[in-house]
Design a protein around this ligand. Structure first.
Ligand SMILES: [Zn+2]
Ligand SMILES: [Zn+2]
Length: 349
């Protein structure tokens, strides 16, 4: 059944598979749902036919219930067909969490981008690195409260609770590579903004686009500044990536995303996501008629109560908009107040 509304997204299947189970979503492509213990309560994992077995795209986080799902699939519905290799799109724990375990348990080579591998490895080697004065000062200087600051600076340790140690070797994939999986050729695309050098796979012949977290059906992927690159412009990278995807991919590709429903309507959705960020920039521009610290903008952009965990995410996302608008010349620095940095709208922009 396809939902056909003019100018809207279309869905090849009306419902996702139940947690821990899969359904066919295209010839030789299985769509698996795995639960996550977060507000975003699931991840989509894809199995792509690869000769006499299945290539795995992303893993779920490292916990017992996710391991049990993989064991049950291997012993049950997938029995007789081996897993051939593991492709990981980006370093977030819902996508890479079980890479080390899966790779060892089923003897799979790990394919991912260099940045994904190194980012995960660097957190693993120094999980406490963000809990340094220079990073704490950065958040406090931008007006973030002490409790939320403590959350962000200890996130390396939280990350490692959800990730098994990576295999010592990996196979690098990079933008422009052509990857043969079964009878298909996939082009590797990468995009930044949500995660650095996030990998996506595109099969032009069959119009399949595995988009990871770059373009999701309903939610806007998190786009955050991190303290290691305090003036970074992840929103600028993200918007550039949306434009590049729109320019390169046809509108009628089937988008197979890391969360929520597979759909067609990539250009429509990319435009909606860009407009969503444009609205946030407009709110910030209006609010900054008088000087504001970045943290002071959070309640104006996220109009609901946030716990410290959500606050740390929301703050880093608002800061991405502030940094972007500083680069665009729409905001400029104002005088700090009580040691807190503030920005103001550039009335000449
Ligand atoms: Zn992600
Ligand atoms: Zn994700």
């Amino acid at each position: 059944m396809t939902q056909n509304l003019p100018g809207r997204l279309q869905y090849p299947l009306p419902q996702p598979p139940a947690n821990g189970t899969f359904t066919g979503i295209a010839p030789g492509v299985l769509w698996l749902r795995v639960p996550l213990p977060f507000r975003l309560n699931h991840i989509n994992i894809y199995l792509i036919e690869d000769g006499d077995g299945w290539a795995v795209l992303d893993t779920g986080i490292a916990n017992k219930s996710t391991q049990d799902i993989w064991e049950a699939l291997a012993a049950g519905p997938l029995a007789g067909r081996k897993l051939t290799r593991l492709i990981v799109t980006h370093y977030h724990p819902d996508h890479i969490g079980l890479a080390g375990w899966l790779s060892e348990r089923f003897g799979l080579p790990l394919l991912t981008t260099q940045t994904t591998y190194l980012q995960c490895l660097s957190i693993s080697l120094r999980p406490g690195a963000l809990d340094a004065k220079v990073y704490r000062d950065f958040y406090l200087r931008n007006g973030l409260d002490a409790e939320s600051t403590a959350r962000v600076t200890t996130q390396g340790h939280n990350y490692l609770k959800m990730v098994t140690p990576l295999p010592p070797v990996f196979e690098r994939i990079a933008a422009g590579d052509r990857l043969k999986i079964g009878g298909r050729i996939f082009e590797v695309l990468t995009g930044d903004g949500h995660a650095p050098e996030q990998a996506m796979l595109y099969c032009a012949a069959d119009k399949l686009f595995f988009g990871a977290d770059q373009v999701l059906e309903k939610i806007s992927p998190n786009v955050s500044v991190w303290a290691v690159d305090p003036q970074g412009d992840p929103l600028g990278y993200y918007l550039r990536s949306l434009n590049a995807l729109k320019a390169y991919l046809p509108e009628d590709v089937l988008v197979l995303p890391g969360h929520q429903m597979p759909f067609t309507g990539l250009h429509i959705r990319a435009d909606e996501l860009a407009a969503h960020h444009g609205q946030r920039c407009a709110i910030i521009k209006e609010a900054c008629r008088t000087p504001k610290p970045a943290a002071g903008l959070v309640p104006l952009v996220f109009r609901r109560p946030l716990d410290p965990h959500e606050m740390s995410f929301a703050f880093s996302e608002v800061l991405a908009h502030v940094n972007y608008m500083l680069r665009q010349g729409e905001l400029v620095w104002a005088e700090p107040e009580d040691g807190v940095a503030r920005v103001i709208s550039n009335l000449r922009a």
